[in-house]
Design a protein around this ligand. Sequence first.
Ligand code: CO8
Length: 258
Amino acid sequence: MQEELVLSRKEGRVGILQLNRPAQLNALNDALMDALGAALLAMEKDDAIGCIILTGSAKAFAAGADISAMQPMTLSDVTRNNFIGRNWETILQVRKPVIAAVAGYALGGGCELAMMCDFIIAADNAKFGQPEIKIGIIPGAGGTQRLPRAVSKSKAMDMVLTGRMMDAQEAERAGLVSRIVPADKLEQEALDAATIIAGMSLPSVIAAKEAVNRAYETTLTEGVRFERRSFHALFATQDQKEGMKAFLEKRKPDFRHE
Ligand code: CO8
C-alpha cells in the first residue's frame, strides 16, 4: 500500500499537516500537491480547527518541486495542465492562519510553499533557497515576488540569481522567518503558537490575517480603510462583547467564535 503523502492530525483546535515523502526530501509532485490542497480545504471547513501547521520531516520541509517529474515536461504539458496554478495555490484560499514549521531544506517550491504560509517558524538547521537557476529555470510559484517582499530586493536577487542557500540565522535577520528554535523544539514551539492563535476568536483571527495580507496588495490609504471597516465589523460579534467583558472582570474570555 502506498504511504499517505500528507499526514493529517489534530491537537486540540490545531490541525497539523505533515508532508510525507521523506526519501525524496518531500519533493513536491502533483499527487502530493493534490493531497495537500484537499487536506487544507478539509481543515478550513472544520469548525473544530482554528489554526493549521504545515511541516515536513527533520531533514526537509520540502526540497522543491519534483525534478524527476518536471524534467521531461514540455511547454505544451505545463500549459495544458496549468502546472503550478492548478493545485499549488489552494493554500491561498485558506482563511485560517497557516504556520510553516520548517526544519532542514526549504528549497525552490518548498521555500515558495513556506512563504505562502502566514509565518515561518524555523528550526536552527533550516536552510532556505531558490536554486531553480541551477537547473535552467526560475522560481515558478511566487519566489521572485514573495522573496523580495520578505527580505529586500538585494538579498532576493542574490538568492534567485546565485541559487545559494541561507541558513536559519540569516533568514531571521532578513525577516523571512519569525523565530528560530532548536530543531528538537520546533514541533512544540509551532504547536504553542498555533494553540494561542486557535484560542482567539476565529472571526477576529480571519479578519487580522486578511488585513495584514491586504498590506501587500493595496495602497496605505486603502489598506487602512480596509482595516477600519474590518475593525468596525468585529463589534458585531459576540466575541468582542465577551473579550472586553472578560478583561474588565479580570478573567479569561470564553470565545465562541461567533
Ligand atoms: N526533486 C526530486 N527529487 C529530489 C529533489 C527534488 N527537488 N530533491 C531531492 N530529491 C531526491 C534526490 O534525488 C534523492 O533521491 P535518490 O535517493 O533516489 O537519489 C533524495 O531526494 C535525497 O536527496 P540527495 O541524495 O540529493 O540528498 P543530499 O542530502 O545529498 O542533498 C539537497 C540535499 C541539497 C536538498 C539536494 O537534494 C538538492 O539539491 N535537491 C534539489 C533542490 C532543488 O533544486 N530544488 C528546486 C527544484 S525546482 C522547483 O522547485 C521549481 C518550483 C516551481 C514551482 C513548483 C512547480 C510545481
